[in-house]
Design a protein around this ligand. Structure first.
Ligand code: URA
Length: 196
């Protein structure tokens, strides 16, 4: 990891005015976790709490994500970096526009290049479509490893979808279990998880 480039990128994001969303933001949300992490989680974009605090996934979705990560025995401090397709909150949390995604995507691509994760996980349809540029259906592709830019990607539901529809939690857990197994295979064979 090139720390200088990472800090420069963070700075660039903090002053970004490439799309209209800079007018509405309180803070940019660059992403959080370990820049040396081997797992890169991608969400959609900041919500109200994230915009207020400048930290990714700190609202209700984030709290659920933290519970799931804890069940995997993954921590933000060590195992994951959490970023988003968008670094600024869309007003009223509306779905990001194509223009906004196109403007912001190079930041995510640079983050991925610098962190160089072993495993990527997209959370929700916007993250999946934003990253791949394909109009994929989350219900059809979740739980199946995909290849993007020579990297392996596990698409799964967004935690907000699990909050809206708890029936999805079972499938979501299957997807995270696959990530645990892949982490053991590629990163740490001794990674403990009491559930798998
Ligand atoms: N939802 C997201 O997609 N990202 C966040 O950072 C918070 C909520």
């Amino acid at each position: 990891m090139n720390e200088e480039k990472f800090e420069n990128l963070k700075n660039e994001v903090a002053f970004c005015k490439k799309c209209v969303l800079h007018r509405y933001r309180t803070n940019t949300v660059f992403g959080n976790g370990n820049p040396e992490a081997r797992i890169f989680l991608i969400g959609e974009g900041p919500g109200y709490d994230e915009d207020q605090q400048g930290i990714a996934f700190v609202g209700r979705s984030g709290q659920l994500l933290d519970k799931i990560l804890a069940a995997c025995n993954f921590t933000r401090e060590k195992h994951v970096f959490i970023g988003n397709i968008l670094k600024c909150r869309p007003p009223q949390n509306r779905t990001p526009s194509t223009d906004e995604i196109i403007a912001c995507l190079p930041y995510l691509e640079s983050q991925i290049e610098l962190i160089d994760p072993e495993i990527i996980m997209t959370l929700g349809a916007t993250a999946l479509r934003g990253l791949t540029g394909k109009n994929l259906k989350i219900t059809e592709v979740r739980g199946k490893w995909m290849i993007w830019n020579n990297r392996i990607v596990m698409p799964t539901y967004h935690p907000a979808a699990l909050l809206r529809n708890p029936n999805l939690k079972k499938d979501s857990w299957e997807d995270f279990k696959q990530v645990i197994l892949k982490y053991r295979e590629l990163v740490d064979p001794d990674h403990a998880c009491k559930y798998i």
